[in-house]
Design a protein around this ligand. Structure first.
Ligand SMILES: [Ca+2]
Ligand SMILES: [Ca+2]
Length: 191
């Protein structure tokens, strides 16, 4: 019994101390239902996960903050299940809150109707475009708010994997080289 408790302690503290997030509704409770107050998560380099179950009466709204020097490279659908409708709504907007759901229109949010057929896919290849959401992949540092919702009463479950990598910026040596070379080429072109 003591060994089991110690192991459980290691597992739980491991999750709490991990730099990447692994949010499981089973362990940590239902994600926020409120667009004005999403469950706030901060990502780190590597694979960050959210495991959630939604229904028409239980929207799941959460924000993901990408720290400076990093980018959100992929959102992979790792698992999905809905035995009735077979799909659910999943979308995002820029910022730490979501526009009021009751007044939201399709063009207000980048979204996809996700289903089992997309398991293994990077959802950035399927999201619609919206003026209120930066086009992916490789979302820069900032906060993005996600909305997972099943429109029917039948629950949908999903595991999302947010892959964060170092932001792709030109190396300082490349910039320095460009600074040295550019005046040279400009002089030559004028000659
Ligand atoms: Ca939920
Ligand atoms: Ca919820």
């Amino acid at each position: 019994m003591k060994i089991t408790l110690f192991f459980l302690h290691l597992v739980l503290t491991g999750f709490i101390n991990a730099a990447v997030f692994n949010y499981s509704e089973f362990l940590s409770g239902d994600l926020s239902d409120l667009e004005s107050s999403p469950t706030a998560l901060t990502a780190d380099l590597g694979t960050n996960t959210v495991s959630a179950s939604t229904s028409s009466s239980n929207p799941d709204i959460f924000s993901v903050t990408i720290l400076p020097g990093m980018q959100l490279s992929q959102i992979n659908l790792t698992f999905f299940n809905n035995s009735v409708s077979g799909e659910a709504f999943f979308g995002y907007q820029d910022g730490s809150t979501l526009e009021t759901i009751s007044g939201i229109e399709a063009t207000d949010i980048a979204f996809d109707l996700i289903g089992a057929g997309e398991v293994g896919n990077d959802l950035f290849s399927s999201f619609s475009s919206s003026a209120n959401a930066t086009d992916g992949p490789d979302l820069p540092a900032g906060t993005y708010t996600f909305w997972f919702n099943e429109t029917g009463a039948d629950p949908s479950s999903a595991l999302f994997s947010f892959v964060v990598s170092a932001a792709s910026v030109p190396e300082p040596s490349s910039i320095l080289l460009l600074g040295i070379a550019l005046p040279f080429f400009l002089r030559r072109s004028r000659a």
